[in-house]
Design a protein around this ligand. Structure first.
Ligand code: HEM
Length: 402
């Protein structure tokens, strides 16, 4: 019996999707586990919402990550788009191997004192403020600083202006500012790469310097791949982890008893690490997996996804699936949901997972300790969620000290 969509999804759930996608996801899992949206002149988009399906399809080679296989699909900023998220083997394998070494947990663990120090400096600045925005004052600058340090981006570019330009390239409305931001970022990255070639020192990990050398010496990367990879790493290194801190803090504010468990003296590093996993599951920063399309026909719940149709794997829904997680809408910091899909699964599993986990494990206890008693500065349903394609994150998380 095909699980055909019984009726269009209820309009109120669709309308609330950016602010609170979970009732919509629950509806999809129950009524339309493979739901297709067809619009004239556009490629069909399938939404897959159940845990087992999402996990299997994340690792299924019948799905391609090459946007060139979809007629008319506009994959993102021109000249910044030839990177591993949009590549199948063998290109994907080659690009991933070049980047991966910088992010292995052993190397990332060495960054802990640096992350802790940077987090303290940011919190020093708001020490005496009655109002704090967790995103602008803390999560945005902290996560950007870390990815800049890893890539070897010089300090004078580690600022709000660069961050705004970066984020404007993924603004969902195709405004003129977006085109300008893409050109600015293109130029900024080319200048950065030229600087690496002329021997500019940055100290630290300097992944970009290493990639430039690898490209120049062995032809391992084209110029467009180099620029695109730098763009991808800046973007995902920043946007995702910023959302983890924002979404996670909001969840903690809504659950004072869970927060107490996290701040209790007996909550050791093991508990904190488990709590970060649960926060990743509970309100996943990457709500939908990145681009995929069917490379051949795929049968799912009695329906056929045809070659060239887009498939959106709803990670945020899979992580709330009651078939996999007991009482899935409850935040339980002791749950240790090791098999959540917040970092994906299979060959495209997140390269930055160790870094994101470390940043989370430093950030949450420190924020709670140093901010002290705080509350939302406005009602929760007025918080500004960013209307993004893949991510789920707040534009601001304003708090007041109690
Ligand atoms: C909480 C923070 C993060 C979350 C939730 C997250 C989530 C994800 C997910 C779900 C994927 C797989 C996407 C797919 O298969 O469609 C992914 C891939 C990736 N992530 Fe992360 N990520 C985070 C932080 C980071 C950081 C800090 C970096 C560092 C640069 C990073 C770099 C990447 C890269 C390069 C890929 C592409 C891997 C590939 O396609 O082979 N991520 N991430």
């Amino acid at each position: 019996m095909p699980a055909e969509c019984p009726a269009p999804p209820p309009a109120d759930l669709l309308a609330a999707r950016v602010r609170d996608p979970y009732p919509y996801f629950a509806w999809l899992r129950r009524h339309a586990p493979a739901h297709v949206e067809r619009r004239p002149g556009r490629p069909a988009v399938w939404q897959v919402s159940r845990y087992e399906d999402v996990r299997a399809l994340l690792a299924d080679p019948r799905l391609s990550k090459d946007p060139g296989r979809v007629a008319g699909y506009v994959p993102g900023p021109a000249g910044l788009n030839r990177h591993l998220v949009h590549a199948d083997p063998p290109d994907h394998t080659r690009l991933r191997a070049l980047v991966n070494t910088a992010f292995v947990p052993r190397r990332i663990a060495l960054l802990k004192p640096f992350i802790t120090e940077a987090a303290h400096r940011l919190l020093d600045r708001v020490e005496n403020s009655a109002h704090i925005d967790v995103i602008a004052d803390f999560a945005a600058p902290l996560t950007f600083r870390m990815i800049c340090a890893i890539l070897g981006v010089p300090q004078h570019l580690d600022n709000t202006g660069t961050r705004d330009t970066l984020m404007a390239t993924i603004a969902p409305d195709k405004s003129t500012d977006q085109g300008r931001a893409e050109r600015d970022l293109h130029d900024l990255l080319d200048a950065l790469i030229a600087g690496k070639r002329s021997g500019q020192e940055s100290g630290g990990v300097d992944l970009l310097g290493a990639l430039v050398r690898a490209g120049d010496q062995s032809g391992a990367m084209s110029e467009e791949e180099l620029r695109s990879t730098a763009y991808l790493l800046l973007l995902v290194g920043h946007d995702t982890t910023m959302n983890l801190i924002g979404n996670g803090m909001l969840a903690l504010l809504h659950h004072p008893a869970e927060t107490e468990r996290l701040t209790a003296p007996q909550a050791g590093p093991g508990f904190v690490a488990g709590a970060v996993e649960e926060l990743l599951r509970y309100d996943s920063p990457v709500r939908d997996a990145t681009f995929r399309c069917a490379g051949e026909s795929i049968h799912l719940h009695g329906q056929t996804i045809r070659a060239g149709e887009i498939v959106s794997l709803l990670i945020g829904s899979a992580n709330r699936d009651g078939r996999r997680f007991a009482d899935p809408d409850r935040l339980d910091l002791a749950r240790t949901p090791g098999d959540h899909l917040a970092f994906g699964y299979g060959p495209h599993f997140c390269i930055g997972a160790a870094l994101a986990r470390l940043e989370g494990a430093v950030a949450f206890p420190l924020l709670l300790e140093r901010l002290g008693p705080v509350q939302l500065a406005k009602p929760a349903d007025e918080l500004p969620w960013r209307p993004a394609r893949v991510m789920r994150g707040l534009a601001a998380l304003p708090l007041v000290r109690r």
